[in-house]
Design a protein around this ligand. Structure first.
Ligand code: KIV
Ligand code: ZN
Length: 387
């Protein structure tokens, strides 16, 4: 497999919008979809057209306007869902119908009230029906991780035989651990006949905080598409975070031999846009896009980063579209960081003057948690008057 073969399937507008309390209007969805195209994701799952008039219109507008990525729409395995998805998707030059049915015992018995054989029949019927509209058909086995492994392989085999070009293996309730999830992907690759030509996708939820780790474990065992959402939003604890999985694959390209072809310097902007339009704030210590992800507070760390960035940074903030790392001045900061920040603000203090200003800064930092550029300017101006 070549380096570019990991596909990024973004579901911010479908599973991400299923986050409790989040509802985006059509204009907002379009804005996010255009930004996802700037980010160069491979697939945008634009919504679930049968779910509401608003979802239908949004998928239709995105299919009409957004160029570059494949545009996918979700559908259960019923003809009505698939017809509705196609009505919205047909305007795209790269449409994908994404059809799904649950395959775990608990979902089949209580939710679907279908026998395993009935589920197998639905898979074939739905994939064949979707294929009558478009060549690009994805099938998902909902709650795959809690399904019987051999039954899951039969389901995947049916989907492949019916013409699915991508088969998605979700950990719908975020129950898997990385070794187990990787093992399941390996099992499917080794036990489903004629799977080689089909893209294996994974869709991990984050209920135990393992969505990114599980997705990466799946990649190691043969998966080629990761389904994820910006800022990790989605049902309950959310989905695999796009920015985390993409940066893990890029930063550790020495370990993973495949990387997605995403435009990395659009990551931060996309995260900001999704956060402001959904109203879901990003926690300060969130990996990659959190306010503190490239900030250094302690004096030892600041001193190290000033001398050589890679002492305490494994990624360059510029890669994701930030201008620079942030040296946060506080009570743990050292003379070196203090002097550098003053220089950036246009003050060149040396010797005694520097010592006096630094002493005053430490006194202030004891009283105030973080020191702003304004505080520094006031402090130095005051100090300069005494010279
Ligand atoms: O979590 C899940 O199983 C899903 C499917 C519809 C892909 O979101
Ligand atoms: Zn999901």
């Amino acid at each position: 497999m070549s380096e570019s073969e990991i596909k990024i399937f973004d579901t911010t507008l479908r599973d991400g919008e299923q986050s409790p309390g989040v509802s985006l209007n059509i204009e907002e969805k379009l804005e996010i979809a255009h930004q996802l195209a700037n980010l160069d994701v491979d697939v945008i799952e634009a919504g679930f057209p049968i779910a509401s008039e608003g979802d239908f219109e949004a998928v239709k507008q995105i299919a009409k306007e957004v160029q570059g990525p494949v545009i996918a729409g979700l559908a259960r395995t019923t003809k009505g869902d698939i017809d509705r998805a196609w009505e919205a998707l047909k305007y795209s030059d790269k449409p994908r119908i994404h059809t799904f049915i649950a395959t775990s015992p608990v979902h089949m018995e209580y939710k679907l009230q279908k026998s395993p054989n009935e589920v197998l029949e639905s898979v074939t019927e739905a994939v064949e029906y979707a294929k009558s509209y478009t060549d690009d058909v994805e099938f998902s086995a909902e709650d795959a991780f809690r399904s019987d492994k051999d039954f899951l392989c039969q389901v995947v085999e049916k989907a492949v035989a019916a013409g699915a070009t991508t088969v998605n293996i979700p950990d719908t309730v975020g129950y898997a651990t990385p070794a187990e999830f990787g093992g399941l992907i390996e099992y499917i690759c080794n036990n489903v006949p004629n799977i080689e030509e089909t893209i294996i996708s994974v869709h991990c939820h984050n209920d135990l905080g393992l969505a990114v780790a599980n997705s990466l474990a799946a990649i190691e065992k043969g998966a080629q598409q990761i389904e994820c959402a910006v800022n990790g939003i989605g049902e309950r604890a959310g989905n695999t975070a796009l920015e985390e999985v993409v940066m893990a694959l890029n930063t550790r390209c020495d370990y993973f031999d495949q990387t997605p072809e995403v435009t990395l310097d659009q990551i931060y902007k996309t995260s900001k846009l999704v956060s402001s339009l959904t109203g879901m704030s990003v926690q300060a210590n969130k990996a990659i896009v959190g306010k503190n992800a490239f900030a250094h507070e302690s004096g030892i760390h600041q001193d190290g980063v000033i001398k050589e960035r890679t002492t305490y940074e494994i990624m360059d903030a510029k890669t994701i579209g930030l201008s620079e790392n942030q040296i946060v001045l506080g009570k743990h900061s050292g003379r070196h960081a203090f002097k550098e920040r003053l220089a950036e603000l246009g003050y060149e203090l040396e010797g005694d003057n520097l010592e006096k200003a630094f002493k005053r800064f430490k006194e202030l930092a004891d009283r105030k948690k973080s020191i702003t550029d304004r505080d520094l300017e006031a402090l130095v101006e005051d100090e300069l008057k005494t010279i």
